[in-house]
Design a protein around this ligand. Structure first.
Ligand SMILES: Nc1ncnc2c1ncn2[C@@H]1O[C@H](COP(=O)(O)OP(=O)(O)O)[C@@H](O)[C@H]1O
Ligand SMILES: [Mg+2]
Length: 372
């Protein structure tokens, strides 16, 4: 997948930007706070995902602007396509988002057309910090190759919220709607066991990619593995029967923990508490990994994400590397560049020399939101 052109105006601080991109390597350099990440973000939104830095829609529009306009031409081996969006300050909800000229109601409806992988300094901490990051990582990887997965996940999260609200309303009293709780249990068990099977199966695929990539970073000296750890199922090996056997186990776990759930006011067990454990030479990276190992592990995970998309669609995603290279030593920098050389890449950095020593391509300089 290749972006041919991007234009952006009024998106945050971006002004009159029109870039004709190189099919391989593009370097956007500039000092801090000039708009590099904003540009990456404007492109990222074309993938139909929410802002990776959690910006609300109304803040997409430049402070002194009325409208944010972004347009992107991209192509895969089949055809050229165009995505555009225009958001007015006066009517943020009513966005004009188009795919090949046809209006779509929401950003999320763009999902599955333009595929990219974004890699930010925050991702270098993927193996550390809370399990939530790793759950989001695996869920997002799955959604990129199986878009319908998002609907199941959303259903689960919606029911979970309702169940927790019910639990909170019970605390202190003994009278509550047991039938309603049972309905929630069933819905959670139904979607939750399906999600568990999908996550488990996918984690095995991911593991193969990660094992190879990590081994290659360390010249075969260290071994990395990931394991999906369910809070419901002890063992998921070859268990596929999510409609019956796994559903029943899930239900039992929810029923058995009802009392404690009521006490604490939240659902203790379920896929929202699962972990994607990352291990190097058999030890959890989160507790025992050095900073270097944790970073290499994160590189392996992000590259695996990109390669899985490439293998699934026979088309590489676009790689967006936002300021990560400057965080890496030359060995890891070279590793990542070598592994994405067959993909189109947009790299942002403060000092283009740090990249151009190792790669060639188009260089753009950005200053106060404009390409200079
Ligand atoms: N809605 C907005 N309108 C105008 N400027 C914005 C808006 N949101 C953020 N900015 C500005 O964008 C700049 C940060 O841009 P960013 O792309 O993160 O910089 P960097 O080049 O360091 O990646 C800040 O100066 C910030 O004030
Ligand atoms: Mg930035």
């Amino acid at each position: 997948m290749i972006i041919k052109e991007v234009s952006a105006d009024g998106y945050k601080n971006l002004e009159d930007i029109k870039l004709v991109l190189d099919p391989k390597m593009n370097i956007v350099c500039g000092e801090n706070a000039q708009g590099k990440t904003n540009l990456i973000e404007a492109v990222w939104l074309c993938s139909g995902c929410r802002s990776f830095r959690g910006t609300k829609d109304k803040n997409f529009i430049g402070f002194e602007k009325d409208t944010a306009n972004v347009k992107m031409l991209f192509s895969d081996s089949q055809r050229d396509q165009e995505i555009g969006y225009s958001i007015k300050k006066s009517s943020v909800k009513d966005k004009n988002i188009t795919l090949n000229g046809v209006k779509v109601p929401l950003f999320s409806r763009l999902f599955g057309n333009f595929r990219c992988v974004v890699f930010t300094p925050e991702d270098l901490k993927l193996t550390r910090g809370s399990p939530e990051k790793r759950r989001s990582f695996i869920d997002f990887c799955i959604a990129q190759v199986k878009p319908s997965y998002i609907n199941v996940l959303n259903t689960y999260n919606g029911v979970l919220e309702q169940r927790n609200a019910l639990l909170r309303s019970v605390s202190g009293t003994d009278i509550y709607n047991k039938d309603q709780l049972e309905v929630y249990n069933e819905q959670l068990a139904k979607t939750g066991s399906y999600i568990s099977v999908i996550r488990y199966t996918f984690s095995n695929i991911l593991n193969k990619y990660i094992d190879r990539l990590y081994s290659s970073i360390t010249n075969g000296n260290e071994k990395m593995n990931i394991y999906y750890q369910s809070t419901i199922f002890k063992e998921l090996k070859d268990e596929k029967d999510y409609k019956d056997k796994l559903f029943n186990i899930y239900m039992k776990k929810l029923i058995d923990s009802t009392e404690i759930d009521i006490k604490t006011g939240f659902t203790r067990y379920g896929i929202h508490r699962d972990e994607l454990g990352t291990y190097i030479n058999g030890l959890p990276v989160r507790e025992f990994g050095s900073q270097g190992q944790a970073r290499s592990a994160a590189l392996a995970m992000k590259l695996a994400q990109a390669e899985i998309i490439r293998d699934q669609y026979k088309e590489a995603p676009v790689m967006l590397l936002d300021d990560v290279l400057s965080e890496l030593d030359p060995m890891r920098k070279r590793f990542i560049l070598n592994n994405i050389k067959n993909m189109q890449v947009i790299i942002t950095c403060c000092d283009s020399r740090s990249v151009t020593e190792m790669a060639s391509g188009k260089i753009f300089e950005i200053k106060k939101g404009r390409i200079v």
